[in-house]
Design a protein around this ligand. Structure first.
Ligand SMILES: Nc1ncnc2c1ncn2[C@@H]1O[C@H](COP(=O)(O)OP(=O)(O)OP(=O)(O)O)[C@@H](O)[C@H]1O
Length: 287
């Protein structure tokens, strides 16, 4: 771990609000952090604090209206479609919901080879890579011929991880990637994330509301509150000796789910699932 792969520098994200002269909603109010090659940065905070927005800004899916996001030195905050497409072999994503993120009518082999064949990799090389990917994420031989519905939630998330790995990215944005799974499956999928990092040196921006999950995996942790980072540093230090009063509260009490936000997230899920496929395959849409 050495130089920064990604630098988030004083980033502001504002969502337009419908209505005459209504000012935009400022979801990120000048956020800064960096991610080094091979590192996991955990992003925690209560519901609505801006974690997903930061992940989406890195992916080019949220409107950055101030500051800059630099990937290996280049500003990627306002890339067009072609630039995003090129970047999708470097930065990938795994979202929360393994049930909607995989096209139900495609076999696992088709899902995993799609990002490759779109980039003109031969069918033969793509098939070989699919076998390699399935092995890497611990799925059985023959899985390539089956459909997503034949797999459990944990296995589907392994498939989503395999798809994210297909192009050998250096960074994966993981947005609550285990929160839809039961506890024992969560533990196994988290171990998989760690094993993959050891094998490939990929870095993760790991968004979670679950402190235990973040503590398990992260080298450094950022704590978000109302669109700002209120604590940022070494994971052991932030989790063992939180300094900011908000972080201390966050670590004392498990966050209470907000039903309105939960409903909003459910509504967002289908759209996010489509974006995840689009990102894996084409490099995503531009906001
Ligand atoms: N597309 C959007 N348009 C307008 N406001 C939005 C949009 N997306 C998010 N927001 C608002 O931005 C704020 C931050 O949302 P965000 O989803 O980033 O938070 P979060 O910390 O990831 O929350 P959760 O853990 O519930 O997912 C919230 O107040 C949310 O309502």
């Amino acid at each position: 771990m050495s130089e920064s792969l990604l630098v988030v520098d004083d980033v502001v994200v504002e969502y337009p609000i419908k209505g005459f002269r209504t000012p935009p909603f400022r979801a990120l109010k000048g956020v800064s952090l960096d991610i080094r090659a091979g590192e996991t940065v955990g992003l925690v905070g209560e519901s609505g604090s801006g974690k997903t927005t930061l992940g989406r800004a890195v992916l080019g899916l949220a409107p950055v209206t101030g500051g800059a996001i630099r990937y290996r030195g280049s500003d990627i905050s306002h890339l067009g479609r072609a630039g995003r497409r090129a970047l999708s072999s470097e930065i990938q994503v795994v979202f929360q919901d393994p049930y909607t993120s995989l096209n139900p009518s495609m076999t696992i082999g088709q899902i995993l080879s799609e990002p490759l064949t779109v980039r003109k990799v031969s069918q033969r090389d793509a098939s070989a890579r699919v076998v390699q990917l399935l092995d890497q994420v611990g799925l059985p031989k023959g899985a390539e011929d089956r459909l997503p519905r034949e797999f459990s939630g944990g296995q589907r998330q392994r498939i989503a991880i395999a798809r994210a790995l297909a192009l050998e990215p250096r960074l994966i944005v993981c947005d609550e990637p285990v929160s839809a799974l039961d506890l024992s499956t969560q533990a196994r999928v988290l171990d998989l994330f760690r094993d993959i990092q050891e094998e490939t040196g990929v870095a993760y921006l790991f968004v979670s509301h679950d402190l235990a999950v973040v503590r398990h995996l992260s080298h450094r942790v950022a704590v978000m509150y109302h669109g700002e980072i209120v604590e940022w540093g070494d994971a052991d230090q932030v989790t063992a000796r939180p300094e900011h009063p908000y972080t201390q509260r966050l670590f004392l009490a498990a966050p209470v789910p907000d039903p309105v936000r939960q409903e909003q997230r459910r509504a967002d899920r289908l759209r996010l699932a489509e974006q995840q496929r689009e990102l894996a395959v084409q490099g995503g849409a531009v906001v």
